[in-house]
Design a protein around this ligand. Sequence first.
Ligand code: HPA
Ligand code: ZN
Length: 388
Amino acid sequence: MIKTHFKLILIPILLFSLMACDQQPTADAVQTNYSKKMWSFISEMPKVELHIHLEGTMYPETVSILANRNGFDYFKTVKEVQQSLDSRPPGLFGFLQHHEKQVSVLQTQEDFYTVVYDFLKNCKDNNIVYVEFFFDPQIHTSRGIAFNDVLDGILAGREAGEKDFGVKSELIMSINREKTVESAFKMLKDAEPYKNQILGLGLDNGPEEGNPPAKFEAVYALAKNQGYYLTAHNDVDEKDTVEHIWQSINILHLDRLDHSLNAMEDFDLLREINRRGLCLTGSPVQRTTDPEPQEIERIRFLLQHNICVSLHSDDPGEFASGYLSQLLFNFQQSGKFTKRDMVLLMLNAYEAAWLPINEKKMYIDEFKTWAETQGVNIGEHYFNKHKL
Ligand code: HPA
Ligand code: ZN
């Protein structure tokens, strides 16, 4: 009697489990599993970040903490900051509208210290092993904050962050292009005592129209003479951007090009970029209102045409794309890029880094070895011949 009962229960269970074994996993389950593995691959990838603005690393939480700490009557709540981010118009103009307001909450040396320290912690969490970051002195000095306060706060935060999180970082001091040439010269002068601590010079903010790279020819010539590496922003789809990229190369003699993705519209320009071994820092950022990361197809095109293009988070606190792991993952998923594509894009970032040659080679060898453990074998990288 007991035995019969047992059989009655056991047989349906057996049948059910046999059927289950026979069943293929659903397409959704396969996709979820694939995405999980891709997330591990991307988040564990040892990364280089070359295009990130210190002032844009502040999350709404940090902005509102600093706004309260410094007695501002705006951005007192995270919700207010988020609303401002969500309602900004698209493009550089809308970005700067919010950005300049958010930057104003930074007031003291301690504020700069805190932001750099938090930023380096986030770098560690994203497996970023080396970062070159922009900071914009004029945006602060024009509000009455002393150049030395900005620099001393940043350098102290950087030292503490490197010690606590082991992330190596370098500084790129950026000119605000809408300000005068005299003001840019003054910034270079102010930076003289800190020269050994600042690796590069950049150009950002806006508008770009009326403030082309050529405006700063003399400043860049002096900076080159003083030993700075040189880069400049040419934001995507800004007026005359292709002409501005030509100016960046021929007049400013840049070592790297920020954004500059419209170069794909001019094959002579692309050839010149490759001939000079220049790299482009792309930023496929995504706002909460964007259906997918920006610039996917332009970056795909450049990658397919052997241009040294890499991916960066630009202003992770001000975009839903966030820091590098999340940004790379969103980009990969939306554009259906392969693991090999993602490795090549990151290899380009290593190539584009302003590291001493031996150190760069060591980082690249380590990165390639890591990629091999993930089943991606790159061998000779096409760009090595220019850079190493
Ligand atoms: N473009 C111009 N200025 C900026 C940017 C940018 O992407 N981010 C911070 N300042
Ligand atoms: Zn930028």
